[in-house]
Design a protein around this ligand. Structure first.
Ligand SMILES: Nc1ncnc2c1ncn2[C@@H]1O[C@H](COP(=O)(O)OP(=O)(O)OP(=O)(O)O)[C@@H](O)[C@H]1O
Ligand SMILES: [Mg+2]
Length: 500
C-alpha cells in the first residue's frame, strides 16, 4: 500500500469546481507539519485548525514528518474549506480511518478548534462536480440539503470530525441528509396596492417585469421611486428549476445559501452607492461574486444612481450587454454569470427639484446638467425604459383609489413571459436579438421604428432595445405580432433624461 493518503476536494474558479487532490504523507523524520502547493493564508492556517481539532478529539499528530501537498501545485488554493480534506487525509495517513473508503469522497468544510464542522462556500458546485466524477461528498451537516440537491451524489453531512470517523469505521453511520425544500414561498414583500396613483409608473414597472427590461426612474425626492422598485421582485415569476440551480450556484460560491435552502425566487440586490468596484462586479483580494452576479436572473437596484462612483458605473457596461463578468487575477481570468435586470432611480439634479419652478435652486438648469453628466451616454443607452415619476398631489393621496394588488399584476406578467417562452427563443424579451424580433414585426410598425430612429437619433442598440420593449408590450396584450401602437408606446419610454 502506498504510504500516501489521498482525499479529493475542489478549488473554485468562478462557479466552476476545479478538482484538487490533498495528498498526505507521514514519513520518518523530525516532527513537522507542512502544507505545500500554493495555499493562500486561510489554507496555511488550516494547519493550526486541523492540529487543534485533532487534539480536541483526543488524537494528536504523530511525532513524525507530516507533509500535506495540494495538487496540482500551480493552482491557487483559497478558502477555509480545505480544513476537512486535510484532516481526513491526516486521519487516513495515520490509519484512523480506512484510506480506500476515504478516497471515494470529495470533502470540503471548515474545522472549528473543537472539531465541529462549520459551513463553507461552494458546496453545491462541489457536489455536482463530485457526482460527475463518481465520487461521494463529505460536507458540514448544515449543508447536507444543499449538497443533496445535486441529485446523483452520495452525501455524508457530518456535524463534527468524530461523527465522520465513526461513519468511516462503521461504528455509527451518518443518516442521509434531507432534500431541500424546492417549493418557492409566496411573495411576502410589500404590495403594489400600497402605491397610490402613479398609474403610468406602474405600467412601466409591469412592462419591465414582463420583459426583464432595464428601467430608469427620474423624479424629485419622495415621489415614490424606491417604493416602486421594492415592489418589482413581487411581480416576477418563480425561477424555473434550471434557473434556480444557476442562481443557487452563484450564491453557494459566495457562501450565501443559508440552512441549505435553495433560491427559488429571482434575487433582488440593492447595493449602497458607496459600494466599491469589486463589491459591485466581483473580484478583489479573495475572488468572490459581486452584487451583479448575486443579482443573476434577478434584479439589481441602483438607488441614487449618479451617486455611484464613476468606475463602478462604467464597470457595469460590459456585463449589461454580455450577461457575465470577467475578473483578471494574477494568474487567471475568472468568469461569473451576471444576467441581471437593472432598475435605477435618481433625482433630476442634486437638490432634487429641477423643473419645479417653485422649488428648483438658483443654479438650475446647470446643477441638473452637472448631476446627470455623471452618467455616461452608453450607460443611459442601456436603459430600455426611462420614466419620470412625479409625486402625486397632496390633495390626491387620500383620494386616489387603491390600485391593483401585486398578485393580479404578477399573473399578467407570468402570462406574458409564457408567451415569450412559447416562441422558443429567448428566456425573456431582454435577451431577444434582432433576428428573433424582426419576423413578427408588422410593416407599419417597422416603418415607425425607422422614422423614430432617425428623428430621435437612436443607436442600433437603442433600436433593438425599443423593439424588445414593443415585443413585451405585445406579449402583455396577448398579440402575436408587434403592431404600430406597441412600438409607439415603447418609443415613449425611450425619451431622454429630463433636462439632459
Ligand atoms: N404614490 C404613493 N402612494 C403612497 N405612498 C407614497 C407614494 N409616493 C410616496 N409615498 C410615501 O413617500 C415615501 C417616500 O417615497 P420613496 O422613498 O419611494 O421616494 P423616492 O422617490 O425614492 O425619494 P428619493 O429621491 O428621496 O429617494 C414612501 O415610503 C411612502 O411612504
Ligand atoms: Mg429613494
Amino acid at each position: 500500500m502506498s504510504s500516501i493518503a489521498r482525499i479529493p476536494t475542489f478549488a473554485f474558479a468562478g462557479i466552476e469546481a476545479v478538482p484538487v487532490e490533498v495528498q498526505v504523507q507521514v514519513a520518518p523524520g523530525l516532527p513537522a507539519f507542512l502544507v505545500v502547493g500554493l495555499p493562500d493564508k486561510a489554507v496555511a492556517e488550516s494547519k493550526e485548525r486541523v492540529r487543534a481539532a485533532l487534539t480536541a478529539i483526543g488524537l494528536s499528530l504523530p511525532p513524525k514528518r507530516v507533509i500535506v501537498n495540494l495538487a496540482p501545485a500551480d493552482l491557487l488554493k483559497e478558502g477555509s474549506h480545505f480544513d476537512l480534506p486535510i484532516a481526513l487525509g491526516v486521519l487516513a495517513a495515520m490509519e484512523v480511518i480506512p484510506r480506500d473508503a476515504a478516497a471515494e469522497y470529495a470533502a470540503l468544510g471548515e474545522l472549528a478548534l473543537d472539531g465541529t464542522l462549520a459551513p463553507v462556500s461552494g458546496v453545491l458546485p462541489a457536489a455536482i462536480a463530485a457526482g460527475a466524477r463518481e465520487l461521494g461528498l463529505v460536507c458540514p451537516a448544515s449543508q447536507g440539503p444543499e449538497a443533496a440537491w445535486a441529485g446523483t451524489v452520495e452525501v455524508l453531512a457530518a456535524p463534527d470530525l468524530p461523527a465522520l470517523i465513526n461513519h468511516f469505521v462503521a461504528r455509527q453511520l451518518l443518516p442521509a441528509p434531507a432534500l431541500p425544500d424546492v417549493e418557492a414561498e409566496p411573495w411576502r414583500g410589500p404590495d403594489l396596492a400600497e402605491v397610490r396613483g402613479q398609474e403610468s409608473a406602474k405600467r412601466a414597472l409591469e412592462i419591465a417585469a414582463a420583459g426583464g427590461l432595464n428601467l430608469l426612474m427620474v423624479g424629485p425626492p419622495g415621489a415614490g421611486k424606491s417604493m416602486l422598485a421594492a415592489r418589482l421582485p413581487g411581480l416576477l415569476p418563480d425561477l424555473t428549476p434550471a434557473e434556480a440551480l444557476d442562481v443557487s450556484l452563484v450564491h453557494s460560491v459566495a457562501g450565501m445559501l443559508s440552512d441549505g435552502k435553495l433560491i427559488r425566487r429571482p434575487p433582488f440586490r440593492d447595493p449602497h452607492h458607496s459600494a466599491s468596484v469589486p463589491a459591485l462586479v466581483g473580484g478583489g483580494h479573495r475572488a468572490r461574486p459581486g452584487e451583479i452576479s448575486l443579482a443573476h436572473l434577478g434584479v439589481l437596484f441602483l438607488d441614487e444612481w449618479p451617486e455611484f462612483p464613476r468606475p463602478a458605473l462604467e464597470a457595469l457596461r460590459q456585463p449589461m450587454e454580455t450577461g457575465r463578468t470577467t475578473i483578471s487575477r494574477a494568474n487567471a481570468h475568472i468568469t461569473y454569470p451576471a444576467r441581471f435586470q437593472c432598475i435605477a432611480a435618481m433625482n433630476p439634479c442634486r437638490c432634487g427639484f429641477l423643473g419645479d419652478p417653485a422649488r428648483e435652486c438658483a443654479r438650475a438648469p446647470g446643477c441638473g446638467q452637472d448631476y446627470q453628466n455623471r452618467l455616461s451616454g452608453p450607460l443611459l443607452d442601456r436603459m430600455d425604459l426611462v420614466i419620470e415619476v412625479q409625486p402625486i398631489a397632496a390633495t390626491e393621496l387620500a383620494r386616489a383609489p387603491v390600485g391593483e394588488r401585486t398578485a393580479t399584476v404578477a399573473a399578467r406578467v407570468a402570462a406574458a413571459r409564457d408567451r415569450t417562452r412559447a416562441r422558443g427563443g429567448a428566456r425573456c424579451n431582454a435577451e431577444a436579438g434582432f433576428d428573433e424580433l424582426q419576423p413578427l414585426l408588422d410593416a407599419d410598425a417597422l416603418a415607425l421604428v425607422e422614422t423614430a430612429a432617425a428623428r430621435l437619433r437612436l443607436s442600433t442598440r437603442g433600436q433593438v432595445r425599443a423593439l424588445r420593449v414593443a415585443r413585451t408590450i405585445a406579449d402583455l396584450a396577448g398579440a402575436k405580432h408587434v403592431g404600430r401602437a406597441h412600438v409607439a408606446e415603447a418609443l415613449a419610454y425611450r425619451h431622454r433624461v429630463p433636462g439632459r
